[in-house]
Design a protein around this ligand. Structure first.
Ligand code: MTE
Length: 327
């Protein structure tokens, strides 16, 4: 297939089918009629295993959600996606634009001497080294749905603490209204940054009230171990009621501002990716419906939930706003 054919196919094929087909063809199997089903997806990924990746250290002192069996704000009553899928079906353009190549491209990514600079409109700006940052609060296990704008989803047992813990530690000024986030910029360690596939560094942003919401997670691990490189080592954001592109990986800078900060995908295609990016089955992406999604590892499709199932907790943040206009 020429590049032009591929671009055309991308335009006329729903994204999850497009991506699964590429994976499928690479596997050397041809059964186009069945492409895209969860069953085949499993077959192509081999038997799913939840064995942690041995090179990632276990997180000390991880607090599990209360084992009551009842769903709480921080857990989901749905099967977990396998560790294999969470770590081998990734969006991380700094390493590769192929989901199934990110893990190998990111292998060996060094997070030594990692620092996160927190500043802007705060009383106590501070550059944290990773150990100081992680010492702010014990890691909690948070099982969240992750819904990508491309219409696939997962259920991931993250470990981390609310971003509000970090923000409170630097004391936001009354003038702070937004929080800007930035990924590492270093093409020697993130090789795809030497291409122009996106404007680097990857940047994201939230309104301050969204950033302070207890669901907004600063994650340092998954499946009880430190984050693997492909999932945003050593520290990333997870905002479970928004499309996955808001959950920026490998953070090095957090800046409080009084103006809405620029965000990577909005800069790339403003008509397709808004600043808010709240999961919403009723607002279609200009090129595909957002009404349903492919849960990775399952057959069939699920209905997409408003705010990704977190409406009870977050809908009040958007009271009086037209969600079609502020998409
Ligand atoms: N963060 C950075 N820095 N670069 C990226 O390419 N991709 C985003 C988000 N964070 C991305 C990023 C997208 S589109 C998604 S869906 C999620 O990360 C995917 O996270 P996962 O690979 O851990 O599932």
């Amino acid at each position: 297939m020429t590049r032009q054919d591929r671009d055309l196919e991308r335009e006329i094929t729903p994204p999850e089918v497009f991506f699964n087909r590429r994976r499928f063809l690479r596997g050397g199997l041809v059964a186009a009629g069945a492409v895209g089903t969860g069953l085949l997806y499993r077959a192509l990924n081999g038997v799913a295993t939840d064995e942690p990746t041995p090179e990632q250290p276990k997180l000390a002192g991880l607090e599990k959600p209360a084992a009551t069996g009842a769903p709480t704000a921080y857990t989901v009553d749905e099967p977990l996606t396998s560790l294999r899928d969470i770590t081998h079906y990734n969006n991380f353009y700094e390493f590769s634009t192929d989901k199934d190549e990110v893990a190998s491209a990111a292998r060996g990514f060094s997070t030594a001497d990692w620092r996160v600079e927190v500043g802007g409109l705060v009383e106590k700006p501070r550059t944290f080294d990773l150990a100081d940052l992680l010492a702010l609060a014990p890691p909690e296990e948070r099982v969240y749905r992750l819904r990508c704008v491309e219409a696939w989803s997962m259920v991931i047992p993250w470990a981390g603490f609310s971003l509000s813990v970090l923000l409170n530690a630097v004391r936001p000024l009354g003038s702070a209204k937004y929080v800007a986030f930035q990924t590492l910029l270093d093409p020697t360690r993130m090789p795809n940054q030497s291409t122009a596939v996106l404007d680097w560094p990857y940047v994201e942003g939230l309104r301050l009230d969204e950033a302070m919401h207890p669901l907004t997670l600063l994650a340092s691990g998954l499946y009880g171990r430190a984050l693997p490189p492909q999932d945003g080592a050593p520290i990333r954001l997870v905002v479970p009621w928004k499309y996955g592109f808001k959950s920026i990986k490998s953070l090095v800078r957090i800046t409080l501002t009084d103006e809405e900060p620029p965000t990577t995908w909005n800069l790339q295609a403003p008509d397709e990716y808004g600043f808010f990016a709240n999961v919403n089955p009723n607002v279609a992406h200009p090129r595909w419906s957002q009404a349903t999604e492919q849960r990775i590892g399952e057959s069939g499709r699920r209905e997409t939930l408003l705010f990704n199932g977190y409406a009870e907790q977050v809908a009040s943040l958007y009271r009086g706003m037209d969600l079609r206009e502020h998409f």
